[in-house]
Design a protein around this ligand. Sequence first.
Ligand code: UTP
Length: 457
Amino acid sequence: MTDAPAELIERLKAHNQSHVLTGWNALGTAQRASFAAQLSAIDFRELEQHFAQAKKPVEPPQSGHVAPLPVAPAVASPHERALGEEALRRGEVAGLIVAGGQGSRLGFEKPKGMYPVGPVSGATLFQVHAEKILAVSRRYGKPVPFLVMTSPATDVETRAYFRDNLFFGLAESDVIFFEQGTMPAVCSRTGRLLLEAPGKLALSPNGHGGTITALAERGVLRELQRRGVKHVYYFQVDNPLLKICDAGFVGQHVAARSEASSKVVFKERPEEKVGVFALIDGKCGMIEYSDLPKELAGVRDADGQLTYRAGNPAIHLFTVEFLDRITSTGGLAYHVARKAVPHFDPEAGKPIDPAGELNGLKFERFIFDALPLAERWLAVETSRAEEFAPLKNATGADSPATVRDAQIALHSGWLSAAGVPTHKHPIEISPLFALDADELKRKLPGGFRVTGPTYLE
Ligand code: UTP
């Protein structure tokens, strides 16, 4: 017999989740209160729907409904660039970093943003991104609000890290932290809730797409509207290479009156594991690597390029109006992922190690599901070498070594373009020294030479 509140017992019974109350009587007062709060936050109907959906096979888009997405060239026209610069000078652009992920593949014990990626300086991902935001603010003479999405897994450490580092030179009031929502993990066979420990649900962040609802629910959209911000530049914590709020892209987005604009890196091989943009039923959409029908993945244009080559580096620019509109219609759909979830079995009274078995289901929203909701959209080409080097794994592809090499290659290229040979020494350029090759060329002192590992700051 449990002495949990009667209402809670009834609610859990009605949804076949009573197992979580086994062991309730052994919980302390504070544990009971927090557990009851976790349970009351769950919409069980919705959870049941997600579980039912997980059993159905995902329908990949049918070839008849799919066409390649037109992609604009990388270089903005002078008029577009001027529009972007004006928007930045008026303070109409904010940067949004999503940093709520658990970084399980990298296996780093802190939030991924605290990983040191600077090839010479050892600067962390957060430092590199914050310095870019600061450099853009200085260039255009207006603060760029920096929105930092965390999750329960990363929030406390992330905030403390920024505070300890004096917000990397940004005004504290311009760094706006907000926490994303979570979803409970369930057993993949039964749909029953999994516990992380006695009296504690196994919760995980609800995906990068959770940012849109979180922006609204945490009052950030309202704050942006109060500040006169019209565009939100979305990027992910793991990519130190990307440009942030670059005037060319902002201007192309403004000129096209786009609601959702995305950068694109071209795929060269059909088997590259990157999602591709496509027109799906006439709307801009994303097809995940594993869902792209084989007959489409390998098709090539007359010039030999892959027809479906518009790869997704996860860099988007949304209007605040668009974000506001989609939150008022309930947010994005959930995707299901099968994962090995270590948990505590309350009935057996012991922890369970799944030993690699995909015993659990997790539910996540994906940011690119926002794209088909846009009335007007834009895709703009960029190059992998200039903008895409994500840190995902501890070794191999997309690992610290590849991310380091990509930064050195980019920055060495800027120096070479300025006429300075690097003699293969590691080179790193702080965003506060130069944001691009042109700025570097202007700022380099005359007669500058590279004689060893070099960090320009
Ligand atoms: P990934 O999907 O690569 O996940 O996130 P991850 O957490 O970094 O790594 P794994 O899969 O556990 O190894 C891409 C971006 O989306 C953010 C991440 O922080 C990263 O910037 N993200 C992901 C969130 O902000 N919240 C989430 O719930 C999931």
